[in-house]
Design a binder for this molecule. Structure first.
Ligand SMILES: Nc1ncnc2c1ncn2[C@@H]1O[C@H](COP(=O)(O)OP(=O)(O)OP(=O)(O)O)[C@@H](O)[C@H]1O
Ligand SMILES: [Mg+2]
Length: 256
């Protein structure tokens, strides 16, 4: 089993929306998926209540100490992909989820302010040496042009490994995402022929490949025209390393 954790301390970046969308994309790619909701806000659990299909099962797990044991038991139950939604901020449950993740996905809106706000989350991910990538979410369709000014403030060196830490494609802001979740669907179900669904399927394939998985027979081809990359992207690579409280982030979760 592999575990993907959607995490950023920044609220409203798209953790829940992408966790749900990617869960459905993973199901369609042949995975036995479990969605874990570690956010007491309960957005994934509420979405599940609006949903009539059996899959995916959503499990609320708010206690940090339960994250590891549940991930271990899910693996024995035949789940092949667990996707974890986390709360804004950096909670104990989030830190525990990151610790046991195979891959961390950090959604951010494409503005420098939003990107900078991910620094503390990135620091935790790095502290546990977890593979990670950012994904730009809620991007304007013509993001590259609109954000060109931000690029001037970024150094060449920062852009060197952007391909390693930026998942593709970016996810454009479209009503389909909001409308799908409001009726208990994912965007791939709500508007399967739409651009948003294409982007999500392609994002899933990027993540799946990044985790070292072979494309499954049910995978659909990656869309030919990916969304333009906003010029602000190199800012991600330039994020300063924040020295987090190692006592908090490096401590093994309590086992009582
Ligand atoms: N690509 C998108 N296009 C349009 N709306 C989006 C997109 N992604 C997210 N949203 C909307 O933005 C809002 C915030 O998204 P979401 O709840 O997924 O963020 P979050 O990171 O989980 O927030 P929180 O930190 O509060 O848990 C929601 O109303 C959601 O529908
Ligand atoms: Mg959320």
């Amino acid at each position: 089993m592999q575990t993907i954790v959607l995490t950023t301390q920044k609220g409203g970046a798209g953790k829940t929306t992408l966790a749900i969308s990617l869960a459905l994309a993973a199901i369609r790619a042949g995975h036995n998926v479990r969605l874990i909701d570690t956010d007491t806000q309960g957005s994934v659990s509420n979405w599940r209540r609006r949903r009539t299909c059996a899959a995916p099962i959503v499990e609320p797990i708010y206690a940090a100490r339960q994250v590891e044991q549940r991930l271990q038991s899910l693996s024995r139950e035949g789940v092949t992909m667990t996707i974890v939604d986390t709360a804004a901020g950096i909670t104990a449950a989030t830190v525990s989820a990151i610790r046991y993740a195979d891959f961390c996905l950090i959604p951010t809106r494409p503005s420098l302010v939003d990107i900078e706000a991910t620094a503390a989350t990135l620091s935790v991910v790095r502290a546990w040496r977890k593979p990670f990538a950012y994904v730009l979410n809620q991007t304007p369709i013509r993001a590259a042009a609109r954000l060109a000014g931000a690029e001037n403030s970024l150094g060449d060196e920062a852009a060197l490994d952007i391909d390693d830490i930026l998942a593709r494609p970016s996810i454009v802001m479209r009503n389909d995402h909001q409308d799908a979740l409001s009726v208990g669907l994912a965007v791939c179900e709500y508007a399967p022929g739409g651009k948003s669904a294409e982007e999500i399927r392609a994002l899933w394939q990027w993540i799946d490949a990044r985790m070292g998985n072979e494309a499954t027979a049910t995978d659909e081809p990656i869309i030919e025209e990916l969304v333009e990359t906003p010029a602000v992207l190199p800012a991600m690579a330039a994020l300063p390393r924040i020295e987090t409280d190692s006592a908090l982030f490096l401590r093994a979760p309590a086992r009582n």
